[in-house]
Design a protein around this ligand. Structure first.
Ligand SMILES: *Cc1c(COP(=O)(O)O)cnc(C)c1O
Length: 364
């Protein structure tokens, strides 16, 4: 589409054009319904069909076996930071283990500390979260209520290369910024959650996938809206769910299945895209300084610095003239961050890689 830019925003982020166009066609009136999805009852047959398709697509794409429950909750990933320890740490005589790999891992830990005992089993602070630990680096508790990891740190641009396998405590993963970027083995996880607005849709819904055993361990006396068990019993329809956000999630899942061809194909495409940028970093002779150590590089958020802030500002200004938008890094890392989520087209990344090479030639 001619007037769309290449949007490298970290989130809310680029959506597949197919999903936007479908939403546009259905916005005023869903075919055969004569009303938009925003105007119908969440208990109507129409919404039930949307909700069912969304669940089925997610289960199929991710490969979720029996024995797991999928919830659709509001409050974003940030509410999960609190809800998780409220359900699984409150009143428990055990610590929760937290792996601090960047900004989001820290935020999760801070919320858990309000609910119970937290043991930081690894903290990458000394190197500003530029690489990830291996199992041998972690100082695990003997008997943790759970172990929390962040599969992709959106701000620092570090991502675990695969499903982490750390100890025996229930594994909880914040997968907000790499949800469905590649196949995972969900059986390795006891809880996996992700807000939708990075890689799967729009703000307003978070997907929480829990092993059914976990639902038997939730704390009692929680406010209803913060109780996983209650949401599970009500099939995520305890109160009005975010209907439009769920509908957008469905459209993105349809795109992943029908246009992309599933998560293995998605991963291949994501690897190609990330390689285009990391190849520039590796070949530039130090003009671009990658933040992440090569073994911890993210497929989703590519972070790097230029020789000084003045050159960085010029880079951002010139990038805009090539329709390359929202590349400014987070202040805690500085420099540039190119978020290249699933929906970022290959051409967008190619355009950025070419611009980077040309910019260095003129400024190096
Ligand atoms: C964006 C993000 C969050 C916060 O998500 P909200 O929906 O804004 O609360 C948490 N974790 C990670 C990894 C993120 O990228």
């Amino acid at each position: 589409m001619a007037d769309r830019v290449y949007n490298f925003s970290p989130g809310p982020a680029v959506l597949p054009l197919a999903a936007l166009e479908q939403a546009q066609r259905d916005l005023v009136a869903l075919p055969g319904v004569g009303m938009s999805v925003m105007e119908i009852s969440h208990r109507s047959k129409t919404f039930d069909a949307i909700f069912t398709e969304t669940r089925q697509l997610l289960a199929e794409l991710i490969g979720i076996p029996a024995g797991y429950t999928m919830l659709f909750l509001q409050g974003g990933a940030s509410l999960q930071f609190a809800m998780l320890p409220m359900n699984f740490l409150r009143g428990v005589e055990k610590p929760a283990d937290y792996v601090l790999t960047g900004t989001w891992g820290n935020k999760g830990k801070e919320e858990a500390e309000k609910q119970g005992q937290v043991n930081v089993v690894w903290d990458g602070k000394s190197h500003n979260y530029s690489y990830l630990p291996t199992a041998a680096d972690l100082k695990l508790s003997a008997d943790a209520a759970y172990l929390h990891v962040t599969s992709n740190e959106t701000i620092q641009g570090v991502q675990f290369p695969g499903d982490p396998k750390f100890g025996t405590a229930p594994l909880v993963c914040d997968a907000s910024s790499d949800f469905m970027c590649r196949p995972i083995d969900i059986r390795k996880y006891d809880v996996l959650y992700a807000c939708a607005q990075k890689n799967a849709g729009i703000a307003g819904v978070a997907v929480v996938i829990l092993k059914d055993e976990m639902l038997e361990r939730t704390a009692t006396g929680l406010p209803s809206m913060l109780d996983y068990q209650l949401h599970a019993k009500n099939d995520s329809l305890y109160n009005t769910p975010p209907v439009f956000a769920i509908y957008m999630l469905m459209l993105v899942c349809r795109w992943l299945k029908n246009d992309v061809g599933g998560l293995a194909k998605m991963e291949k495409r994501n690897r190609e895209k990330a390689k285009l940028l990391y190849d520039v970093l590796d070949a530039c002779g130090g003009f671009y300084q990658g933040h992440a150590r090569p073994d911890s590089r993210s497929l989703m958020n590519v972070t790097f610095r230029l020789p000084n802030e003045e050159v960085e500002t010029r880079f951002l200004t010139e990038a805009k003239t090539h329709r390359l938008i929202d590349l400014k890094g987070h202040r805690s890392v500085g420099g540039i961050r190119a978020s290249i989520y699933n929906a970022m087209p290959v051409e967008g990344v190619k355009t950025l890689a070419e611009f980077m090479t040309d910019f260095q030639r003129r400024n190096g």
